[in-house]
Design a protein. Structure first.
Length: 157
């Protein structure tokens, strides 16, 4: 096993663990005290984000402090899974053995319906690349990527 994380988000959200057979599974997000609610909900095909109890702002990725009012009173809440496509990119480079037979594939950023400006990075599925347009309506879809890993993706609504 190997693990890694980006320098800016150390120990919070982007830490991943590469499974033993890396060609069979993508890097797996590491569930921790702060992110467990998110992964538990995804496993049940629900999308939950942290929401500030003080001002109602959604906070994503999960953090301990509201970036709008600095309250630390945050709680998970289910969101609709609907939004619009803010941006996208076609990935042509293999960054991990799992993706060797999957390029090209599309990743994107979704503006959350409940609060535009709160954005969810994600994989984009069920749409040809030349059909994508920024601003188009999108909806979440959950896929069992491996027998033990469910991930949220977005597709045109
Ligand atoms: Zn707040």
């Amino acid at each position: 096993m190997s693990s890694g994380c980006t320098p800016t988000a150390k120990g919070v959200w982007s830490q991943t663990v590469s499974p033993f057979d890396a060609s069979q599974s993508p890097p797996v997000p590491e569930s921790n005290e702060l992110t467990k609610f998110y992964w538990d909900a995804v496993r049940e095909h629900r999308l939950e984000l942290l929401r500030c109890s003080g001002c109602g702002h959604y906070v994503h990725y999960p953090r301990r402090i509201c970036d709008r009012c600095l309250s630390m009173d945050l709680a998970p809440g289910e969101v609709s899974g609907r939004g619009t496509l803010y941006s996208y990119s076609v990935i042509m480079h293999v960054s991990h053995p799992y993706f060797a037979d999957k390029i090209p594939y599309v990743i994107g950023v979704i503006d959350l319906e409940e609060e535009p400006g709160v954005r969810i990075p994600t994989g984009i599925v069920d749409c040809a690349e030349d059909q994508l347009r920024c601003g188009m309506p999108m909806e979440v879809v959950f896929k069992e990527v491996t027998p033990t890993l469910t991930l949220p993706f977005f597709r045109p609504a």
